[in-house]
Design a protein around this ligand. Structure first.
Ligand code: ADP
Length: 307
């Protein structure tokens, strides 16, 4: 294994507050719940944890409040031994939260309040300039304020770092924003919204990828859940990487695991194809455990897949 090069992740931290009840409450109704769990979440944070645990040299930039929930982030990062020097604190906004209600059939209703992580400032990105310029791989998502992203990408590009966008949660984006990235990693829903082509199989994935490449992206990777990953690079034939057969316990966070793993393998200068295989293994291992951040596998577990 080569010495990993720097990975910079800019993204969200939110506290997941999950309550389980027999049925989901309808408007105006209160239902009695049977189980409650609180834990670290947010796509940026989950991806940073996945990358860190699977062997990456990760810097994670996010923003939390100065409230009770900020310690959920800091306690978790300290227990993981992750660097918190780019976890900024906002005096006026709360730490982000996600209120997740789950019923017995595992259907859910979620309200996310991004709070502090939607007010990352240009000054905070400037403070991270040194790391951004050293980054071999830059990874971000759509849960923070997006105005700072082109500025951050500009710094990464000064040193020819690879830029990855996981365009989640699903939302339309301008062509100029998409063209900032070398690689985008939508799931089927996100690919459908970005391209206007409903993605249900390889054929429709190919059409959607062609639309996205036409918007200026070089490489499109569409994650298709238990099926696997569709890859299309500009000017090349498409490829498909089947998901690995594992005992599935909980698929939440599979996409986050995949993105974190992809960043790690690329930072080790693996080929794109080998990086997808590595990320597929990280994602497969994550679905064998309950939870998001806590289900991310360690490097030793990932390496066992390939030994
Ligand atoms: P998201 O969580 O963003 O919707 P996906 O569901 O597409 O992302 O999952 C991302 C990747 O995780 C998939 O491309 C696949 O490699 C892996 N994965 C997802 N579900 C499973 C599963 N049931 N078994 C094995 N791997 C899975």
């Amino acid at each position: 294994m080569k010495e990993p090069l720097k990975i910079m992740i800019v993204g969200s931290f939110v506290v997941d507050l999950m309550a389980r009840s027999e049925t989901l409450p309808i408007p105006g109704q209160t239902v009695k719940g049977s189980f409650f769990k609180m834990g670290p979440g947010g796509k940026g944070s989950n991806q940073a944890v996945a990358a860190f645990r699977s062997g990456g040299d990760v810097s994670f930039l996010t923003k939390i409040g100065r409230d009770l929930f900020s310690s959920v982030a800091l306690d978790f990062y300290h227990s993981e031994k992750m660097d918190t020097s780019l976890v900024f604190k906002d005096a006026t906004q709360n730490t982000g939260i996600a209120l997740i209600m789950v019923d017995e059939k595992s259907q859910n209703s979620i309200s996310v309040v991004p709070g502090a992580c939607s007010s990352i400032t240009f000054q905070e990105i400037t403070k991270a300039s040194g790391v951004l310029k050293r980054a071999k791989v830059f990874l971000t998502q759509l849960e923070t304020n997006l105005d700072i992203i082109p500025y951050a990408v500009g710094k990464v590009r000064e040193n020819q770092g690879t830029t990855i966008l996981n365009p989640a949660p699903a939302q339309p984006l301008s062509d100029a924003f998409l063209a900032l990235f070398d690689i985008i990693t939508p799931n089927e829903t996100e690919a459908s919204i970005l391209s206007g082509v409903k993605v249900v199989n390889r054929e429709s994935a190919e059409k959607a990828a062609d639309v996205l490449i036409g918007k200026g992206v070089k490489t499109v990777l569409i994650t298709m859940g238990a099926q696997g990953v569709f890859l299309k690079e500009r000017g090349s034939r498409s490829q498909f990487f089947p998901a690995l057969p594992v005992k599935v316990i909980d698929t939440t966070g599979a996409g986050d695991a995949f993105n974190g793993g992809l960043a790690v393998a690329l930072s080790e200068e693996k080929s794109l194809q080998d990086s997808i295989l590595f990320a597929t293994a990280v994602a497969a291992l994550s679905v064998t455990k309950i939870g998001t951040a806590p289900s991310m596998p360690l490097r030793t577990e990932v390496d066992q897949f390939f030994s």
